[in-house]
Design a binder for this molecule. Structure first.
Ligand SMILES: Nc1ncnc2c1ncn2[C@@H]1O[C@H](COP(=O)(O)OP(=O)(O)O)[C@@H](O)[C@H]1O
Ligand SMILES: CC(=O)N[C@@H](CCC(=O)OP(=O)(O)O)C(=O)O
Length: 266
């Protein structure tokens, strides 16, 4: 069966319509795909930090993570965000199990940056694929919160796009980013247009021109990394329009496809 890693952004997690979960149920019923969900929770972490009066900064879309911020990130993502997604899946008659990268040492991690500037921000070194396979074999949809663990037992806050990319690469699956926008957009002559297909060269050009900024930077870079490391395809689609996900899997135009191939950009 083909594995599909669906990354649900925190931007959209609480706003997904029932029809989105119904389309996942439809996919599951086809007996063709094994679904794996990796989620974020950036806005939800921001909300909690604000509530308790902790300020934090971002560098290139990554949250500078002190020990205190790490505790909140874990509490929010492995707690309410994870369980809310599991709950929505269960309500759509899907069997789902919420875990984080800590459970079963699923996401073996290391510091994302050796300078220490980012604090407890990690990147995935290895995915415990065998353990993931066992969950899938049992018929459950794993719902993964992006907190990782290193070999010494230290926990890390991992950008959810990077975590999803590592999982998709490890299982050689398709990687679908569900976000709150139709894909990568650009304003051209006063009109906002969607880029249906982007390669590395064009992505770097759009980042340099600041057309791609903020949380979109780790998303597009993770998409490229996933392809280099073994993922089959990557696309960014809108979660508010569940047809996008369905159409994409039916081979129709939807969202922004990221490729490592040569493409002719207009
Ligand atoms: N060129 C772009 N096209 C679309 N969205 C962009 C672009 N550049 C930056 N963004 C921002 O990226 C956001 C999606 O990334 P992020 O906030 O990390 O979402 P998620 O929580 O879904 O991962 C959009 O809501 C938008 O504000
Ligand atoms: C290191 C780092 O930046 N971690 C992210 C993890 C959550 C995330 O990536 O959530 P979204 O998918 O909603 O953006 C953070 O703390 O916000």
């Amino acid at each position: 069966m083909e594995k599909i890693v669906i990354k649900i952004g925190g931007s959209i997690a609480g706003k997904l319509p029932n029809s989105f979960f119904a389309s996942l149920a439809r996919l599951q019923k086809m007996n063709k795909y094994q679904l794996i969900i990796v989620h974020g929770g950036g806005p939800e972490i921001n909300g909690m930090l604000q509530k308790i009066g902790i300020q934090c900064q971002f560098v290139d879309g990554l949250r500078v993570t002190t020990k205190e911020v790490l505790d909140i990130a874990e509490m929010v993502m492995s707690g309410s965000v994870n369980k809310n997604i599991v709950h929505r899946l269960q309500q759509a008659n899907l069997s789902a199990v919420g875990i984080s990268g800590v459970d079963g040492a699923l996401l073996v991690s290391e510091p994302a940056d050796s300078s220490g500037k980012l604090g407890y921000v990690g990147k995935v070194k290895r995915v415990n694929k065998e353990w993931l396979e066992k969950l899938l074999h049992g018929g459950a949809i794993p719902v993964i919160s992006p907190i990782g663990l290193d070999e010494k037992g230290e926990k890390y806050n991992i950008n959810a796009d990077m975590a999803a990319a590592a999982v998709a690469a490890a299982v050689n699956g398709k990687l679908i980013f569900i976000s709150d926008i139709p894909g990568v957009m650009e304003k051209v002559e006063g009109k906002t247009v969607l880029h249906p297909l982007l390669n590395k060269e064009k992505i770097e050009q759009l980042i340099a021109a600041k057309v791609i900024h903020g949380g979109m930077i780790p998303k597009v870079r993770s998409a490229l990394q996933a392809l280099t490391d073994g993922a089959k395809e990557t696309v960014i689609v809108n979660g508010i329009k569940p047809d996008d996900l369905w159409n994409y899997l039916q081979g129709k135009n939807a969202g922004t496809i990221i490729t490592t191939e040569e493409v002719q950009h207009v």
